[in-house]
Design a protein around this ligand. Structure first.
Ligand SMILES: Cc1cc2nc3c(=O)[nH]c(=O)nc-3n(C[C@H](O)[C@H](O)[C@H](O)COP(=O)(O)O)c2cc1C
Length: 177
């Protein structure tokens, strides 16, 4: 049974996982087929007095195309044992593989947005995009561009309102640490 929880209840776990194995970003384009990719860069915080999740998606990702075709996404926190799925979803593209099928993930209709979430993840955030913008190559210091943007494959930042955070009852014991 999944219940709505405070939007910031899992902020510590979220930021810790982003620095470690990653989280699942789920997007669904106009064809209505969900895809997921692993993310490690982003923030759960406050903007415009709202709870906001910022995710950074490079233009080359299949997820980028889906994000551009929709106005929402979900961020799903991995359960213990999902290390392999995070690794594959962070290296293989949805253009070449149905990652939901590969990992027997169940796409469940969200409460507040069009993008579905992964049922097997103990915690998820439903996010509605409020603002998006490409990072400007020329506005970044050379120390960043030379390390991260050698091919000029820039990230687009998506600022999305967290319209709901949800957790299964025993989320604390199920979450990847
Ligand atoms: C731990 C980890 C974190 C990642 N974080 C990001 C990220 O924040 N933004 C991004 O664009 N790609 C990130 N990636 C790379 C994408 O997950 C990867 O390119 C993925 O295959 C894209 O899938 P897609 O083409 O189906 O969208 C990360 C990969 C790993 C393994």
């Amino acid at each position: 049974m999944r219940k709505q929880v405070d939007n910031f209840k899992y902020v510590v776990e979220t930021n810790k996982l982003m620095r470690k194995d990653g989280l699942f970003l789920v997007a669904e384009g106009k064809e209505g087929k969900p895809n997921t990719m692993t993310i490690g860069w982003g923030f759960l915080g406050t903007m415009w007095s709202k709870p906001v999740f910022v995710v950074a998606v490079r233009h080359s990702r299949y997820t980028y195309k889906l994000m551009e075709e929709s106005d929402s996404f979900t961020v799903c926190l991995p359960a213990k044992g999902m290390e392999e799925a995070l690794s594959v979803c962070g290296t293989k593209s949805g253009r070449d593989m149905d990652k939901f099928k590969e990992f027997k993930f169940t796409a469940v209709k969200s409460e507040t947005v069009d993008a579905p979430y992964i049922k097997e993840c103990p915690v998820h955030f439903e996010c509605k995009v409020l603002y998006k913008d490409d990072l400007a190559y020329d506005a970044l210091p050379e120390s960043v561009t030379s390390n991260v943007y050698g091919s000029k494959d820039m990230h687009k930042l998506y600022y999305a309102e967290v319209t709901g955070a949800y957790a299964v009852e025993d989320a604390d014991s199920k979450l990847m640490k």
